[in-house]
Write a protein that binds this ligand. Structure first.
Ligand code: GLN
Ligand code: ZN
Length: 712
């Protein structure tokens, strides 16, 4: 038997994105949006059936997010949204007067879910309309399906409300009854939270939940799907409950040593987290090692984290293409493995070669101690106290985006595009000089994206045409694919930074993306440990640092906003990760001379283990988001011994902060940090803002910094 735990839903050509944005802009009706959703679901079921998949999932479609769908299913819609015109999208995106619910990363993926808001006042009541409608819709098309729902333990853990377990089990039980009445044979309850560290009390909750749901008389058979890692201590707990099937991630997790008597194991041997073909020999060996009543071949997790199909990629080298598998190809692999398993066939292909040796481990590299560097930089840069700067990007104009598309389509000459980029740099530099900023940037007009731009200029990376993956809601990214050793054939950003520096007497800050971020936002290769890949990228970035320095840049920023993205889910594995991640960063930056000032930027400030890691990065200046986290971050960084720029305003909103407001924030910062080390900057890059907003905001920032400087 064969199945998959879930499937992409944004549409092979991002049809859902377009339909959503059209509805949000008032260009189409809710009805038209529903019709597009139905078309996409029908196409998915048809395709899965054509590929020969045995058991089809349903309810894997969503207009925004599966966790939000589950909140609606359970009636957990906070009161303030209930009267909105469209409560679902009001929760997801906010309305004029209403902020949206919080959004955060789905485990260690780049998918983001909406965090349900559950308080003591939340009353759970079942609203099973969506999963029931999908079951009926599929049935009308000739497909029996297995509805997929986020399970109660994961739902509540992600909501920070596991104490409400008793109260949600009622609606879950009602749901199972409703599905049974509908003639549904199997339901899939997703419990990825079970692969994280669980306390004994949380394990008790797992036991209580599935003993209770398992004991219901009228219900479909239950598959509890775990993914993103090994179940560990949760496996024996689940195995002792009456659920009929357990889904195991056998790519990241191990084949259980003890037999799972009486259970079906849905064995995830085809990875839903990478873009590579599965080694059939290794997968079959794992499948055969599973001891259970029945084994169903499956994916390690939902395929929502990979693009639709490699068939659309006609620009990739055939050699690379032959190694790739996106969602459709992975489904075909699942089907083929199920056939081989049933036939008891010997794997045609022997186990692939072991991973290439990686002798050169991430060695921590070191510059002179900070005080030595700080003195060298002070003499060289001659900056005032409370120096002002920005995070890198300036507004990306429509003209620039259109021009990039035209170059790609062969409709605009490369030379004309470059002239446009130079004009943008001139404009950005002029604006910054007029505003009176101290450390300038070139504005990043040549970059479509802070990772893709580097991927396009490094060997070992491939960029796809249609390899879109949903990040959240209608937002998709097209992660580059790392398929070979990473090398920098030639300088990447140097000429743009040098051009900017040639236009001004003030220091310009060279702008690079850090090695962890480049790898975290790409599909990694599967034949080399991730830390070795990060290390190769670090070496490429180090070459760029050296060349920027040689071109006369005395300040260089290496952004690492994704430092925590690769953080392992299990606490025991986190320190080792942080150690090599930090070492890779230092390897990328330690080539800089003492008098060259290294900046780094992190887009968040809410993970304590990361705050500790910031220190390890050993950058001379760290800029960090803080406008939305306020005091907490200031407490956390008080006494930090190097340069620090907690953002003085939130760039996510078009609002222009007043000089007084910025001044108050700065004053608060000066209470916890000595003035010599405080930098004045916005929270993040300005690329999504407009020039008028940026000029007004930065003008007030400069005014506030100058006023405060006089009081020092
Ligand atoms: N230098 C980048 C920018 O300003 C940093 C973006 C980020 O932090 N994600 O756009
Ligand atoms: Zn940022």
């Amino acid at each position: 038997m064969s199945t998959v735990l879930g499937y992409p839903r944004i549409g092979p050509r991002r049809e859902l994105k377009r339909a959503l944005e059209s509805y949000w802009d008032g260009r189409s009706t809710r009805r038209e949006l529903e019709e597009e959703g139905a078309r996409l679901r029908a196409a998915t079921w048809r395709r899965l059936a054509e590929l020969g998949l045995g058991e089809l999932p349903s309810n894997t479609f969503s207009f925004y997010d599966q966790v939000l769908d589950t909140a609606v299913l359970l009636g957990a819609v906070p009161e303030r949204y209930q009267t909105a015109e469209d409560p679902y999208f009001a929760m997801a995106r906010g309305t004029d007067g209403l902020a949206p619910l919080r959004m955060t990363k789905w485990f260690d993926t780049n998918y983001h879910y909406i965090v349900p808001e559950i308080g003591p006042e939340t009353v759970f009541t079942l609203d099973a309309a969506k999963p029931l409608a999908e079951v009926r819709e599929a049935r009308a098309l000739g497909h029996e399906t297995r509805p997929v729902i986020v399970g109660p333990v994961t739902f509540l853990l992600l909501s920070g409300a596991l104490d409400r377990l008793e109260d949600v089990l009622g609606p879950y039980a009602d749901l199972l009854a409703a599905l049974a009445a509908e003639g549904v044979a199997w339901v899939q309850l997703d419990e990825p939270a079970l692969v994280t560290d669980l306390t004994p009390a949380q394990l008790d909750a797992v036991r209580a939940a599935y003993d209770r749901l398992g004991a219901l008389s009228a219900r479909p058979r239950i598959l509890v799907a775990s993914y993103f890692g090994d179940l560990g201590a949760a496996l024996p707990v689940l195995a002792a409950t009456p659920v009929e099937a357990i889904g195991l991630d056998l790519v990241r997790g191990r084949v259980p040593e003890t037999p799972l008597d009486g259970k079906t194991v849905v064995a995830g041997v085809v990875s839903g987290r990478d873009v590579w073909r599965t080694d059939p020999g290794r997968a079959l060996a794992r499948l055969r090692a599973v001891r259970a009543d029945r084994v169903v071949v499956s994916t390690s997790c939902s395929l929502q984290h990979v693009p639709y199909s490699t068939a659309a990629e006609d620009d990739l080298a055939p050699e690379l293409l032959s190694r790739l598998a996106f969602a459709e190809e992975k489904v075909a692999e699942v089907v083929e493995l199920a056939r081989l398993l049933a036939e008891g066939a010997a794997p045609a292909v022997p186990e692939g070669p072991a991973a290439a040796a990686a002798p050169d481990h991430v060695r921590p590299a070191a510059r002179s101690p900070y005080p030595v560097r700080a003195a060298a930089q002070a003499g060289h840069l001659n900056l005032p106290k409370l120096p002002t700067t920005t995070i890198g990007s300036f507004p990306q104009t429509g003209e620039l985006r259109r021009a990039r598309a035209e170059v790609a389509a062969g409709k605009l000459a490369e030379g004309d595009y470059e002239a446009l980029v130079r004009r943008e740099i001139e404009h950005a530099v002029q604006v910054q000089e007029d505003l009176g900023l101290d450390v300038l940037v070139h504005g990043e007009p040549e970059r479509n994206d802070m990772v893709q731009y580097f991927a396009e200029h490094l060997d070992g990376f491939a960029v796809t045409k249609h390899g879109w993956v949903q990040s959240y809601g209608s937002r998709c990214t097209r992660p580059p694919i790392i398929h070979g050793d990473v090398r920098r054939p030639e300088p990447i950003t140097v000429r743009w930074a040098a051009y900017a520096q040639s236009l001004t007497g003030r220091p310009v800050k060279g702008m690079l993306t850090g090695p962890v971020t480049i790898v975290a936002w790409s599909f990694d290769r599967d034949d080399l440990p991730v830390r070795d890949v990060v290390c190769q990228v670090a070496d490429a970035i180090a070459e760029e640092v050296r060349d920027l320095e040689a071109a006369g840049l005395s300040v260089i920023q290496v952004d690492e906003p994704a430092l925590r993205e690769l953080l392992p889910l299990r606490a025991a594995e986190q320190p080792a990760y942080l150690e090599w991640a930090v070492a890779a960063y230092r390897r990328a930056t330690a080539v800089a001379a003492d008098r060259t000032q290294i900046h780094t930027h992190l887009c968040y400030s809410d993970a304590d283990q990361i705050l500790a890691a910031i220190d390890g990065l050993d950058a001379d200046v760290t800029t960090i988001e803080s406008a939305r986290s306020g005091r907490r971050i200031l407490d956390a960084v008080s006494g930090y011994s190097r340069g620090l720029g907690p953002g003085v305003y939130d760039i996510h909103s078009p609002r222009v902060p007043s000089a007084e407001e910025v001044g108050e924030r700065l004053a608060a910062t000066l209470k916890v940090l000595p003035a010599e080390r405080v930098w004045v900057n916005p929270d993040c890059g300005l690329k999504t803002r407009t020039y008028p907003q940026v000029e007004a905001s930065l003008g007030n920032v400069v005014t506030a910094a100058r006023r405060l400087r006089e009081t020092l």
